[in-house]
Write a protein that binds this ligand. Structure first.
Ligand code: PLP
Length: 413
């Protein structure tokens, strides 16, 4: 039995911050284990959103009135909070996007289209979410770049020898996640970056799953680009972050055109663009969501990412131990360095059926391909069940989940 007693995380207090955790689903207390898809939102973040619309809703940057001033100040404060959260050197390196997906598409379109020529190579790992595969494939279709795949072993761990061997004089970028959403592998991003840089290639790190689980230090990693989403780190949907080294961002052309991203627009002389980060923030952004994202990151930092991570590691061990007792259950992804995500399949029961039936017992898990079809095909399956944990989950919830799974399997097999 996993021991939780020495950890300082007061999970009862943490849970009090999440109003949604009080709700019932199918007349049972909600057990929410779909955190890798979207984590729940603490009342501090809900209040931050509410306050914007009640007190200072206005468009930012251009207004001279009080509300516009207040909204701009709160919006720009989040840039500082994000800078601190990922230890960026400069607030101008933080660009607000709609999420990780948009951040990667921004790099593929702004940097990729201007820097890459036909025959240039991008290395993408087999562990990637589709959002770090398809933008590079689209670029391959348009510009003739070559996408090469970093293989994994049977545990879901990157093959580092194969990675080194993939580099050629044409390799320009490595696109890899920090943590796999489908099987939990934590990638050695600093080492991957060091090797990429040895070959004069850049690295784009998808940190969607790392932001809620792992302290992030983009300078220690030496990341060129790093992305994450608000809604996976206790923040709102529709907002995310792209970090990029200032020199790279300054050299890149804009991606989307519109208001906010210009310096001077003219029909007579060439239109000129704003300085970074605004060059990459065309149009009215998700103002309230950005402000609330700042509150979410403060919430995480107040507890401490390392403490959250330690708590989730105990949940992971407990769940792994309990699930391993179930006959015919196979866990996919057994990396030694693994985040709080468990993907599994069970002989004689389809993932979809398990997901539907276990929901009837109040337990929310995710089933399907988790937007990682190449990874699942490497494991020889087309769908898994996935339970993923957050700071507010408890060992008791894991026991309910495993008992419920047992009941469901009794019905299906
Ligand atoms: N990358 C990873 C590893 C993810 O887990 C996800 C979402 O599940 C994404 C990218 C895409 O994030 P978003 O849909 O917030 O853009």
């Amino acid at each position: 039995m996993t021991d939780f007693s020495d950890l300082m995380l007061d999970v009862v207090k943490v849970r009090r911050d999440f109003p949604i955790l009080d709700r019932q689903v199918h007349d049972r207390p909600l057990v929410y284990l779909d955190n890798a898809a979207t984590s729940q939102t603490p009342h501090q973040v809900i209040t931050a959103l509410d306050e914007v619309y009640r007190r200072y809703n206005a468009n930012i940057h251009r207004g001279l009135h009080t509300l516009a001033d207040e909204a701009t100040e709160a919006f720009e404060k989040t840039r500082d909070t994000v800078r601190d959260f990922i230890n960026a050197a400069d607030r101008r390196e933080i660009i607000f996007t709609r999420g990780t997906t948009e951040a990667i598409n921004l790099v593929a379109n702004a940097w990729g289209r201007s820097e890459l020529k036909a025959g240039d190579e991008v290395l993408v790992s087999r562990l990637e979410h589709h959002s770090n595969i398809v933008p590079w494939q689209l670029l391959a279709n348009q510009s003739g770049i070559v996408v090469k795949v970093i293989p994994i072993d049977e545990r879901g761990v990157l093959d580092m020898d194969a990675y080194r061997d993939l580099f050629t004089s044409r390799t320009r970028l490595v696109a890899v996640n920090h943590i796999s959403n489908a099987c939990g592998t934590v990638n050695p991003v600093a080492e991957l970056t060091r090797i990429a840089h040895e070959h004069d290639a850049l690295i784009m790190i998808d940190g969607a799953q790392a932001a809620p689980h792992e302290p992030i230090d983009v300078q220690a990693i030496d990341a060129d680009f790093y992305a994450f989403s608000g809604h996976k780190v206790y923040g709102p949907t529709g907002v995310g972050v792209l970090y990029g080294k200032a020199a790279l961002l300054e050299a890149m052309p804009p991606w989307q055109g519109g208001g906010e991203m210009i310096d001077q627009v003219s029909f007579e002389t060439p239109t000129t663009f704003a300085a970074i980060p605004h060059k990459f923030e065309a149009g009215t952004p998700a103002i309230a969501e950005v402000i609330a994202l700042g509150r979410a990151l403060e919430w995480v930092s107040d507890i401490g990412v390392s403490l959250i991570s330690a708590w989730e590691q105990r949940l992971l061990s407990h769940a792994t131990e309990e699930l391993s007792r179930i006959d015919g259950l196979r866990i996919l992804g057994t990396a030694p360095d693994k985040a709080a995500v468990i993907s599994f399949v069970v002989d004689g029961a389809h993932a979809q059926d398990i997901g539907l039936l276990i929901d009837q017992l109040g337990v929310a898990i995710r089933t399907g391909h988790h937007c990682a079809q190449p990874l699942l095909s490497a494991f020889g399956v087309d769908a898994t069940c996935r339970a993923s944990f957050a700071a507010y989950n408890t060992p008791e919830e894991i026991d309910i989940f495993v008992e419920s799974l047992d009941r469901v399997l009794g019905m299906l097999r």
